[in-house]
Design a protein around this ligand. Sequence first.
Ligand code: CO
Length: 134
Amino acid sequence: MIGKLNHVAIVVPDLAAGSAIYRDTLGAKVSAPVNMPEHGVTTVFVELSNTKIELLQPLGDDSPIAKFLSRNPDGGMHHVCYEVADIIMARDNLVAAGARVLGDGNPKIGAHNKPVLFLHPKDFCGTLIELEQV
Ligand code: CO
């Protein structure tokens, strides 16, 4: 069901510092920051030849990644994003298999203007999974 790895997301306490590490120290191509109020995050994308790294910093007071950052003050890996062809079909198959979808269970529009869903980490080897329809 899942296709390519779309991105790996890393929460950082300081997006400018995280961007500088990927751009200047690691020599990668780094996008400008984009605020995503609906998701409570500001994102930067690092473009690699085979995938992307998404740097996330909390935005607003009730950011869903604020608790993660308080437990991991240096930042850390937050989720992996896999591509799917049909997100509704993928969701229905996963729910039928007993997996839990976070939130209200309906796709939201993600950072690439495509529908995304998140799956409960307890059902997937302790890793938060994002599905993105491509
Ligand atoms: Co993501």
